[in-house]
Design a protein around this ligand. Structure first.
Ligand code: P71
Length: 469
């Protein structure tokens, strides 16, 4: 018998895996026709953030708050204790964070940027430097609003979409040491470490790197804080690709990684499988007292931080589900499936394939467009026009302007992100997405760029408007 059609596993010479869940409830998708998409996109100023989700077919704008909750999480929602103070769900959340992340003191916040705001206000003195492994938009903004000066100390490979180094999220210790020598340890607020690194393409940090970073920062008396938003996915890459970790469960790797840091902030809308929520957790008692005081000014009492009791319960259960090996494997392997298809077709994407998204290299799609013609924004528009798939610009628009000069920041990476929500889409959806990217690739030579018409003051990518050149 000759075999022509092959399963996904057979194509890569192994047995197939499948998602470790089955579907109990479905939400119908809607697809509008090309003419309606053209109109919707023009009305949205060619910015995918300004589209109505009813006009979107497959929504890969973000993996933030877009995951499907489990039956156990929904059941937990019904046990919400909506007391103003001391809700039992807060204590369940605190226990889950202590158990899986290991930090002693917990402050809930409504989402990640609420936590970023608090830690930045408390831990940064005006004029201090905040070195980090590449910027994230909201993280850097809160650091700057607190008077900090962000300094990128990520390894050089991170800025090269074609480098296949396995841990492109690593901090370049020499860059950090040079900054400390030049500015003095007392002028460094803390080191801001993210695992995995979103803007670099979802690239992980190795255990060896966090250990070395711990040693270096401790020697200079500098604090090390972790953006733990996608740290579970980071732990998966350590398990798969770092020597000595292959037989350790993800939960153990996560705990050990966090042990090398002094505290963390979290957007639980990603790894933790909830639609809303975040937290700050820290070992230092005095700092905790300050944070716990500030949270009541901006978010809500320190036992709810802007969340309902039911949200905290869903988060506590989601944290436990998120560290299960079979869950993380199927999540990251789904992303890889899409990435391998595109790579096979020689479509330029950031390699290695990251944990939460495929990042298309818009510079290589549109070599005829200058960065001022917004290649990544253009590609996001083209994908939507082709198929109703929504993606997100991660290039010059996202990078914003230099606060000192007012000029565009010009990142080397000009990327369009196809972000995969957790437990939401199937392999068939991934096939449809891949074919749409192929169509945009096919028509790349005749694609025209965009002109910026309007940009707001903060985080301009959310609300900027463009027109076709
Ligand atoms: C993502 C988001 C959501 C987002 C934020 C800003 C612009 C576009 C989309 C949010 C993160 C994140 C990391 C590493 C902190 C936050 C803020 N990411 N750190 O990727 O990825 O958390 O959204 O809960 O406030 O689409 P928050």
């Amino acid at each position: 018998m000759s075999i022509h059609l092959q399963t996904m596993g057979q194509q890569s010479g192994r047995r197939s895996w499948a998602e470790p869940w089955k579907i109990k409830m479905v939400e119908p998708l809607r697809m509008i026709d090309r003419t309606a998409r053209e109109q919707a996109l023009a009305e949205a100023g060619y910015n995918t953030f300004l589209l109505r989700s009813d006009d979107v077919y497959i929504d890969l704008l973000t993996d933030s708050g877009t995951s499907a909750m489990s039956d156990r999480q929904w059941a937990g929602m019904m046990t919400g204790d909506e007391a103003y103070a001391g809700s039992r769900n807060y204590y369940n959340l605190e226990a889950a964070i202590r158990r899986h992340y290991g930090y002693r003191h917990v402050v809930p916040t409504h989402q990640g940027r609420g936590a970023e705001h608090l830690i930045s206000q408390v831990a940064i003195r005006r004029g201090q430097f905040v070195p980090g492994n590449m910027y994230f938009t909201t993280t850097r903004l809160h650091q700057e609003l607190a008077g900090g000066i962000f300094v990128d100390v990520i390894c050089d490979e991170a800025h090269d979409p074609q480098s296949t180094a396995p841990f492109k999220g690593n901090v370049d210790l020499a860059k950090l040491e040079a900054l400390i020598d030049r500015e003095g340890a007392e002028n460094i607020a803390y080191v801001s470490l993210a695992g995995t690194v979103n803007m670099a393409g979802g690239q992980p940090v190795s255990m060896a790197n966090v250990r070395a970073l711990r040693e270096l920062t401790a020697r200079h008396g500098i604090r090390l804080y972790l953006d733990a938003t996608r740290m579970v996915e980071n732990a998966f890459f350590i398990q798969q690709n770092e020597d000595g970790w292959g037989d350790k469960p993800i939960a153990a790797i996560l705990r050990e990684f966090c042990e090398h840091t002094d505290g963390a902030w979290m957007s639980a809308k990603k790894d933790s499988l909830v639609n809303i929520g975040g937290w700050l957790a820290i070992n230092d008692r005095d700092l905790f007292e300050e944070l716990r005081n500030l949270v009541v000014v901006y978010e809500g009492l320190h036992t709810y931080g802007g969340l309902a009791g039911r949200d905290m319960e869903a988060m506590a259960i989601g944290i436990a589900e998120s560290v299960a090996d079979e869950h993380v494997r199927s999540r990251v392997e789904q992303v890889r499936y899409l990435g391998e298809l595109l790579s096979e077709w020689e479509i330029p994407i950031v390699r290695p394939i990251g944990g939460h998204a495929i990042f298309l290299d818009a510079r290589r799609f549109y070599p005829h467009l200058s960065q001022d013609e917004f290649p990544a924004q253009t590609l996001a528009a083209e994908l939507y026009l082709d198929s109703g798939i929504r993606s997100m610009e991660r290039g010059i628009v996202s990078a914003g302007r230099d606060p000192a000069t007012g000029e565009h920041n010009r990142p080397r990476l000009e990327l369009t992100r196809l972000t995969i929500p957790r437990r939401v889409y199937t392999q068939a959806h991934m096939d449809v997405v891949a074919e749409s990217v192929l169509a945009a690739w096919g028509s790349r030579a005749s694609t025209r760029g965009l002109k910026l018409l309007y940009e707001p003051k903060y985080l301009r990518f959310f609300q900027a408007r463009f027109e076709r050149l």
